[in-house]
Write a protein that binds this ligand. Structure first.
Ligand code: SAM
Length: 437
């Protein structure tokens, strides 16, 4: 095993571990992240080889890059001593390759003159390869951590690492600019932010050729994120207007065209999730979604609010045809309990996902009301992650489950209807002033 240094982005530190663990698991790479510290962007991990490092980093959104660790010190002198002690054998291997040095400073940085001086101090490595700024074969990166105390600018690093760059992450390759909602052709009030859509797909293990279903598609944020990773997205939504978009060049298809991923896009259907029309033998590998919580969109299912009244309308005939059998018939909708919908979602996932398939969805909760038993559970699904993104008075949680085999009997909350989830909409609109009863 070799040591590698991961450098994380300063974004959603509580989601990092889940993202990397899920990517490692997807590629069957054993990865021990128990030393991960959310307060530090640096983490040393042990891996077999560079290929493993490339695999876990390539898709990552919450990391910036991974480096083969050549040495660490709390001062420049300590860094040199450690490099000489553990990496001398590497000097010969990389000696003739073209190279350049990079610097990454956390909470501080050094001037260009200081950088040149530090680069010169590595001369004992005796590289004979050409220096290439544009297209080097190897990039040696000095990663430095500074400590800011009071108002003074930090000038001396408290930790230094030297690493050979193995792989920059999707984030460092500008995936967030590419999928930025501000430049996306079709968005709406329900569009989910690009960064967390991509992170959700990583944790859900969307993978090339795997069918990824979003039952509450809306404007298709999770579908385009899934296609970015080669997943085959399919979606449904009860509201045809969401799926149709706003014209020929402003709809879900135009988003796939924009990102050059039309090839992966399967289709979308207007459908009430609770009356699901997908064939039962249609294999769904992954489900990623953001169910309707009634804040920006309504939760409705097909059915009549008043069944007696509706029964009277069954005999309405238009042009000799029963109205409800005509193609232009718009079925009535009725309100539905969110907790029932989440139970339906878990049951659907438990029935339809293959063993090891994942369900990932977002659920909002009021901070002062949250109790762990609000998290829905199904006996065939193991809850892997409950990741919280906190706002002022409420949070939304990414809940990620994995389908286990028949021997697994987990917890179940089926039938335990959560009053708090039900009341989320009311509490959201009254500013979380009154607690739910
Ligand atoms: C929170 S939004 C999802 C937004 C979506 N992630 C996006 O990127 O725009 C929830 C969606 O669920 C849809 N919906 C509500 N009730 C539904 C039902 N019974 N079956 C399917 N979709 C439903 C709404 O029309 C809405 O588009």
């Amino acid at each position: 095993m070799k040591e590698y240094l991961i450098y994380f982005a300063q974004a959603y530190p509580n989601f990092r571990r889940a993202e990397l663990e899920s990517l490692a698991d997807l590629y069957n790479i054993p990865l021990d992240l128990q030393h991960h510290d959310e307060t530090s962007p640096f983490l040393i991990v042990k891996l077999e080889n560079d290929e493993q490092a490339r695999n876990i980093m390539q898709r990552s959104v919450l990391s910036k890059g991974i480096y083969e660790l050549w040495g660490h010190g709390k001062s420049v002198e300590e860094l040199h001593a450690d490099i000489k002690a553990r990496s001398t054998d590497k000097f010969e291997i990389f000696k003739e390759r073209s190279f350049r040095f990079n610097f990454i400073g956390y909470k501080g940085s050094r001037s260009n003159r200081q950088r040149v001086k530090l680069i010169e101090s590595f001369s004992y490595m005796a590289f004979t390869g050409r220096v290439s700024m544009d297209n080097p074969q190897e990039i040696y990166t000095v990663l430095e951590e500074y400590e800011v105390t009071g108002m003074a600018k930090a000038t001396t690093p408290i930790n230094l690492w030297l690493g050979r760059q193995i792989q920059l992450s999707a984030r460092s390759e500008n995936i967030l600019d590419k999928y930025d909602l501000r430049t996306r052709k079709y968005i709406g009030t329900t569009s989910f932010d690009a960064e967390l859509s991509l992170v959700s797909c990583n944790i859900a293990q969307v993978a090339p050729g795997k069918i990824t279903y979003d039952p509450f598609t809306g404007t298709g944020s999770f579908l385009v994120a899934a296609a970015n990773y080669g997943g085959l997205p399919i979606g449904s939504d009860i509201d045809v207007r969401m799926l149709k978009g706003k014209g020929d060049d402003c709809n879900i298809q135009s988003n796939f065209k924009q990102y050059n991923t039309s090839l992966y896009f399967l289709d979308t259907m207007t459908m009430d999730f609770t009356n699901n029309a997908l064939r039962t033998d249609f294999v769904i590998d992954t489900i990623v979604c953001d169910p309707p919580y009634g804040v920006r969109e309504g939760l409705r299912v097909c059915g009549a609010k008043n069944p007696e009244k509706a029964a009277g309308r069954e005999n309405v005939v238009i042009d000799g045809e029963k109205a409800h059998l005509r193609r232009d018939f718009i079925p009535p909708k009725k309100p539905y309990e969110l907790s029932n919908l989440l139970d339906d979602l878990l049951t659907f996932a438990a029935n339809r996902l293959p063993v090891h398939g994942r369900l990932a969805f977002w659920m909002p909760t009021a901070n002062d009301d949250f109790e762990i038993n609000q998290i829905p559970q199904h006996e065939n699904l193991e809850l892997l992650y409950n990741l919280e993104q906190e706002f002022n008075k409420w949070s939304r949680r990414l809940l990620v489950y994995v389908k286990r085999d028949d021997k697994y009997k987990g917890e179940t909350t089926n039938g335990l209807k959560s009053q708090n989830i039900k009341n989320f909409r009311d509490r959201y609109f009254n500013g979380f002033n009154e607690k739910s009863r």
